[in-house]
Every structure is written in C-alpha cells, then in structure tokens.
Design a protein around this ligand. Structure first.
Ligand code: GDP
Length: 303
C-alpha cells in the first residue's frame, strides 16, 4: 500500500544522504522530487502546493541552524533526516488532528448513518463498524436501509448473522421510516447503537440526497459517516466535497486503503473538506477496520 509515496520519499532520503549542509539548491531539488511524487500519488494540487510551501518555509528557517549544529556534532540527526522529519510532521498536520471518536452519548440508542456511492464498501463497512463497536462493549444493531438493491439486504443479513449482530429490515417501508422505526426496535432489543446502511448510487443525484435528508429529519443520526473508496484517489476527494456541501458529515471512512498504491485520498481528504477521517478499511475481513492514526500513516509513508 502507498508504494508510490514510500518510493518517492525513499528517493529523497537517498538524495539527501550524506548531505552535511542543507542549502537552497539541494532543498529545492528535494522539494521538486516530493512534488512529482505527491502528484503521481494523486494528491490534490492545492494540497500538494500547501504541503510544499509549509515544508519549504520551515526548512529555510532552519537551514543554517541545523547544518551548523550537525557539523559541530551537536545534532545527531543529519540535515537530510531533519528534512524528512519536517515532511512527516507536515503530513500529520494535513491528515490530522487525530479524531476517531464517535458520538454515542444519546440514550437509550445512538445512531450512525453510513452514506456513500455504490461499490465504496458501505455495507461491508457498516458490518465492520458493528464488529468494532461490539468489541468495545457496545450492543449494535444493523439497519438495512438500502431497499432498492435486494442483494444489499441479503448481504447485511448474512454479515449480521456471521457477527451475531441483530439486523433490522422491512421490505415494505421506505428508508426514512425504516431508520426511524429502528430506533425503537433497537431500544426494545436492548441495543445501544444503530448503524443505518443507506442506499448508494452510481453518482450523487437528487433522489439520493433527498432520501438522506429525510432520514436525517426522521431519525436524527448522531454521526454521519461518508464511506469513500481510497483506490479512486482524487475522485474520492471530489465525491467527499460534493457530499459535504449537501449534508452534515461528521467523518469519513476510507476503504480499501490496503489496495491503494497512491495515497492521494488519504492525504487530501481532510485538508480539502475539513472533515476528519475516522476509520480506514484495511482489507475485506470483518476485523480489517482500524481507527485512523495520521501519525501512523505518515510513518508508514516515510519509512
Ligand atoms: P457497497 O456497494 O458500498 O455497499 O459496497 P460493498 O460493501 O458491497 O463492498 C464492495 C467490495 O469492496 C466488496 O467486495 C468488499 O469486500 C470490498 N471492500 C470493502 N472494504 C474493503 C477494504 O477495506 N479493503 C478491501 N480490499 N476491500 C474492501
């Protein structure tokens, strides 16, 4: 995963290896190498620019200090390592602050609404999240609110049965009513959190948005999580922006990060929308959902 960025930063590290003085020339060459790598990784142009500006600004401010201290053997890290550390910190800043929290305070039942386009991994992720909450001691219930695709209802029923998580479905009703009714059903069943698996479509369209608004009005979800496919890179960021303009998102779940060679979505999505990544999907298995740690991802990219 994220091979393009890992390779890019490894090349920069190699280029700066043995450099005893960071100067404007080698700094600008290193930044140019990073620029190519970020764009190749499908990081948004604006985000790339802002990243490079921040790193440059800080590096320039420290060039003399770091190089002199290194020569005087007062600094153990080389100027190259120091530069990579600046990149690390800037990546963490871009993707952070860390915020994997969910609002589960409502009694007796809190609600999480999962939204996203078809194929993003929404249904699988709803089940993974149920598993995650179950492990934390919550008593989740899954709600099949994607009624247009019978296969989705079957899929969530099966996933729920495998996990021993109750699933509420009602073929005859409309999704907003299903979600609203699910709150009472969950409370009666002694569950403390419901996860609505809403319908996904191939594109963001009016009926999709209208339905999400209606669910919000009737069931008042405490959390609205957009499930985005990391593998489609910047397109995922565009989808996130479009949703964010229309509904109150509380977070993202970035799926398929395990298969994402580029990393553009992971790096750009928070900076482009202001909405935090809460979780990342790291595989198809039910246990492959992780709380998002910007610092961990930055370390992975920078080696
Ligand atoms: P939906 O249409 O958005 O509900 O998508 P699904 O939940 O049916 O998922 C579509 C495909 O993506 C399925 O084959 C899932 O197993 C797969 N998938 C979901 N999340 C991940 C992930 O984090 N990593 C990988 N490798 N595959 C995933």
């Amino acid at each position: 995963m994220l091979e393009i960025l890992t390779r890019g930063f490894r090349d920069v590290r190699q280029y700066l290896q043995g450099v005893r003085t960071l100067n404007e020339e080698n700094l600008s060459e290193a930044l140019a190498m990073i620029r190519v790598s970020l764009l190749e990784a499908d990081v948004e142009f604006q985000v790339t620019r802002s990243f490079l500006e921040k790193v440059k600004e800080q590096a320039l401010g420290e060039i003399v200090h770091v190089s002199v201290k290194f020569k005087e053997r007062k600094l153990k890290v080389s100027p190259g390592d120091h530069f990579i550390k600046l990149c690390h910190d800037e990546l963490v800043r871009l993707m952070g602050p860390e915020d994997a929290s969910l609002d589960l305070r409502r009694k007796p039942v809190s609600a999480i609404m999962m939204v996203g386009l078809q194929g993003s991994g929404k249904t699988t992720t709803a089940a993974k999240l149920a598993r995650f909450l179950q492990k934390k001691g919550n008593r989740p219930m899954l709600v099949a609110a994607d009624v247009y695709r019978p296969a989705a209802v079957d899929q969530i029923r099966k996933l729920g049965a495998d996990l021993n998580v109750p699933v509420y479905s009602d073929g005859g009703a409309r999704p907003p009513e299903i979600c609203s009714k699910a709150m009472q059903i969950a409370s009666d069943a002694n569950c403390d959190v419901v996860i609505f698996d809403t319908a996904g479509r191939l594109t963001i369209d009016e009926p999709l948005m209208e339905e999400i608004h209606q669910i919000e009005e009737l069931a008042h979800p405490d959390n609205v999580l957009l499930v985005c496919d990391a593998m489609i890179g910047q397109e995922s960021v565009n989808i996130a922006k479009a949703f964010n303009e229309r509904i109150r998102l509380t977070g993202f779940i970035l799926t398929k990060l395990d298969g994402d060679a580029r990393g553009g979505a992971a790096i750009s999505i928070k900076e482009a929308t202001g909405v935090p990544i809460k979780f990342v999907g790291m595989g198809e298995g039910m246990d492959r959902l992780e709380e998002f740690r910007p610092d961990g991802l930055a370390s992975r990219i920078l080696g």
